[in-house]
Design a protein around this ligand. Structure first.
Ligand code: ARG
Length: 592
């Protein structure tokens, strides 16, 4: 079903339009409508307008009230305080607007008026290394942004900029040449079945052994350095061995992404190595245009406002004095590729806030070079550090980095226990308990990450994450399952909107909140703040809880239309929860 454009107006926007129309001399002044406790909405915009027109705000507010006259949206409008308007809308306007949304497969959420192409850089672990909680954040936040942007109608290109290039590969490859069977699998079948965990443990073993040799044996060190040169020169055998490390790592990455219930596609994995052929040219262009200059043998870009502790400028090094390329050259080449070949209008980077200075310098360099401009913008969706319960960076008791897989398994175990406890009442099979345990556990981890503003550090606290009370995904998943249970119990009685019915306060509150869904999504898609969607969904579930307390849905005391209308509200709430959670990458089981 196609989206109906007129649905773009929710009750609030229709009201804002009516207010603006009531005061033609105001031009397009914003009435600044906000949801309010006193009435449904309060308009504060008259104050600024009165100032501009040099009039009395209360008088002006009175004129609006007179001019707006009878209107099928308005139940009550009154002037209050220094010149605010308190406005209550009609129950009919609420139900009718929601009925139109319910008839639309997109729940009335408008598509972006001018969609562009966003290339999003997220979920970028490093080859031959364990993934850690920082990689989790990038994957979870990035995946949510992909879904949200695509739903808004944006063209989205995913890029997983994995760390698959660099000097450490010289050491790894040289070690493998000298210990040729270290990455072997017993047979092709064995290779096909190798689990993510095995792959990672193979790589870990190799990494440790080669590192030990590198640190203790000068001759090996020299051979490892030569191997880097061979790799960069594209020497065949060296490249083939390098590819084996990448392939083994991908087995591991995919196992983690699968556990995370997240789709990562092979063609979208374009790691640092993918830009190797562009590095020379990138440097040449930067040098020719004067954006980069030679300094002590290195090719550098300088910035007035980036200085070290000693007051000396800290440049972005595009090419080292030994001719080697680093992280910056790759990122600058990736920008050229994404803008010129992929046609990006927006570049979005979901990367740790500790890399913010790097991106600030890279973006500024690209702007000076003309690769970024008014038509193509770049933005780092920076996220904070994951802390342990003690408020310190998340580590094991032994002070080691926590393995992502262990963490996810523990979340699933805890969640499965929570689900199993209630399973008897719902009559879930063992298989359903296991499946729901995964959805609840992974949902808990994702939601905890997505429900706080990304830039803030957040505490990884499994006890809190799987709690049934409070701002958790489990709470939202139970709200959804309860809705499905009511719908099953309703039997023959079907949801149907009855705009002629008056609404109870809890029904109005729920209805007006439902009506905000499209606006919230539009905002999240432009501000890159998925936590605002999480907050919206949590409030939605809270409104639903109040509604259940105050309004019986299936009671025999209700007239049939009341039952239908309440089922309609419940059903639309369920669809909104389901859609919203899906955009966050979280499943909503039918029975929990
Ligand atoms: N692999 C990097 C890391 O683990 C993140 C890559 C971020 N993306 C980029 N284009 N630099 O920290």
């Amino acid at each position: 079903m196609a989206s109906v454009p007129s649905l773009a107006s929710n009750v609030q926007q229709r009201l804002a339009d009516a207010l603006t129309a009531a005061l033609p001399e105001a031009g397009s002044a914003d009435p600044l409508l906000r949801r309010s406790d006193r009435a449904d909405f309060q308009a504060n915009g008259i104050l600024a307008l009165a100032k501009k027109l040099k009039g009395n705000p209360r008088e002006l507010a009175g004129q609006v009230v007179d001019a707006i006259g009878a209107n099928d949206l308005l139940k009550e409008i009154e002037v209050s305080g220094p010149g605010f308007l308190n406005i209550t809308v009609t129950d009919r306007a609420i139900t009718e607007t929601l009925a139109a949304r319910a008839a639309d497969a997109r729940l009335g959420v408008p598509l972006a008026a001018e969609p562009g192409t966003t290339v999003i850089d997220y979920a970028q672990p490093n080859v031959a290394k364990e993934m850690h909680v920082g990689h989790l954040r990038s994957a979870v936040i990035g995946d949510a942004m992909v879904q949200i942007l695509e739903f808004a109608g944006e063209q989205v290109v995913r890029r997983h900029h994995i760390g698959d290039w660099g000097t450490q590969f010289g050491m790894l490859i040289q070690y493998l040449i000298e210990h040729p069977h270290e990455l072997d699998h017993k047979s092709d079948e064995a290779a096909a079945e190798v689990s993510g965990e095995e792959a990672m443990s193979n790589l870990n073993r190799l990494y440790k052994a080669s590192r030990a040799l590198f640190d203790s044996d000068e001759e090996f060190k020299a051979r490892a350095r030569d191997r880097v040169v061979a790799l960069q020169a594209g020497e065949e055998q060296t490249l083939a061995l390098w590819q084996r490390f990448v392939d083994e790592s991908k087995i591991y990455f995919y196992s983690v992404f699968e556990k995370l219930d997240m789709e990562v596609r092979d063609p979208d994995i374009v790691g640092e190595s993918g830009y190797n052929d562009m590095l020379d040219e990138t440097c040449r262009l930067l040098e020719e245009s004067g954006v980069a200059v030679r300094s002590e043998g290195a090719l550098c870009v300088f910035f007035d406002d980036v200085k070290g502790p000693d007051g000396n400028p800290v440049p972005l090094i595009v090419r080292k004095s030994n001719g080697g390329y680093g992280y910056a050259a790759t990122d600058l080449s990736a920008i050229r590729d994404r803008v010129q070949n992929l046609g990006a209008s927006t570049l979005l980077y979901v990367v740790d806030a500790r890399q913010s200075l790097h991106f600030k310098m890279v973006f500024e360099t690209a702007r000076r070079a003309g690769w970024l401009n008014d038509k193509v913008k770049a933005h780092q969706l920076a996220f904070g550090t994951v802390l342990g319960k003690d408020g310190k960076p998340f580590k094991t008791r032994e002070g080691e980095t926590v393995r992502l897989v262990d963490l996810l398994d523990e979340a699933i175990d805890r969640a499965t226990a929570v689900v199993a406890e209630k399973a008897g009442k719902v009559g879930l099979s063992e298989q359903e308990i296991a499946e729901n345990g995964r959805y609840v556990g992974i949902g808990a981890v994702k939601y905890a990450d997505l429900s706080t503003s990304a830039v803030r550090d957040y505490k990884f606290d499994l006890d809190q994450m799987v709690s049934l009370n409070g701002d958790t995904s489990v709470y939202l998943q139970y709200a959804y399952a309860r809705i499905q249970s009511i719908k099953r119990r309703a039997g023959e009685r079907r949801p149907a909107a009855h705009p002629e019915l008056g609404l109870a306060p809890a029904e109005r509150a729920l209805g007006l909140h439902l009506d905000q869904f499209g606006e919230v999504l539009g905002e999240v898609a432009t501000s890159y703040e998925p936590h605002k969607l999480a907050a919206y969904l949590y409030q939605l579930a809270s409104h639903l809880t109040t509604f259940y307390d105050q309004c019986h849905v299936l009671s025999d005391d209700n007239a049939p239309e009341v039952v239908e209308n309440r089922l309609f509200l419940v059903d639309l709430t369920g669809r909104t929860l389901h859609q919203g959670m899906a955009l966050l990458g979280i499943r909503t089981p039918e029975r929990l």
